[in-house]
Write a protein that binds this ligand. Sequence first.
Ligand code: 13P
Ligand code: SF4
Length: 311
Amino acid sequence: MKKLQEQIISLKKKKNAVILAHYYQTPEIQEIADYVGDSLGLSQQAEQTQADLILFAGVHFMAETAKLLNPDKKVILPDLNAGCSLADSCLPEAFEKFITAHPNHRVITYVNCSAKIKAMSDLVCTSSNAEKIVNSVPIDVPIIFAPDKNLGRYIHQKTGREMLLWDGSCVVHEAFSLDKLIALHQLHPQAHIIAHPESESHILETARFIGSTSALIDYVKKSTTTEFIVATEVGILHKMQQAVPDKKLIPAPSFENNTCACSQCAYMKLNTLQKVYECLQNESPEINIDASIAHNAVIPIKRMLALSKND
Ligand code: 13P
Ligand code: SF4
């Protein structure tokens, strides 16, 4: 593994490439990345990069966002099948009908959607800035929020805004078992439950803190508590544990998985170190977006980045 990592690092230098990785990637991929972060941080890095080639170690919509921000650069993704259940839950034809049926709404889409959906949106948001983006819409304007109904419901509760929610969700965050979580908390009564807002409301109701992947890491760093039950994809534990080596981090239990008390995003895990190497060497698979879609899709992303300049 070390040898493959060294080969990737040397190829990266030779090609003036940057590797951007999400927290849900495997530790060995995170270790060779130039930047590891949440969706907002990754978009900000993609916007600022001076590299000629961007290898995105994450899922398709993230690489697409990087391409939209860098139309003249080559953006590559180790496995084109690295999708997202949220993005898949919102297909363009149905979404167009939905928007048309509800005129006079401002359309806000969570970044976990395809470029075609972004092209139909007024604003994009991530879980880091969803509240701020929703609050940027004038108070008397109703909002369509897609595709994540769980994040949408959570932001609606926080802001009190009129929000029409698309019925999409994340397979990973909907796999947490409330019964198992309660039982686990009884074994660790001092632990703070912390959760990503893609989780269902009954999980969020148990949480001491709710936030994006970056916000969850910040919380465990700043908290005086020493034990946490973490309800998000288990890949986050790598960076989180590095940030708080003396604290105990316990993955929240999911329904299906009785052998390992964790939730893994199968899409994120399609990327492997070997595929990263081959992708960098062959500069393929490449992300390409139809110019007419790209033209409209980048507008709401740029609006979001301008509103999140200081985040
Ligand atoms: P973050 O923006 O918090 O990294 O979330 C991305 C994601 O896909 C969570 O499932
Ligand atoms: Fe999509 Fe869920 Fe995987 Fe995130 S964890 S990429 S929302 S399927």
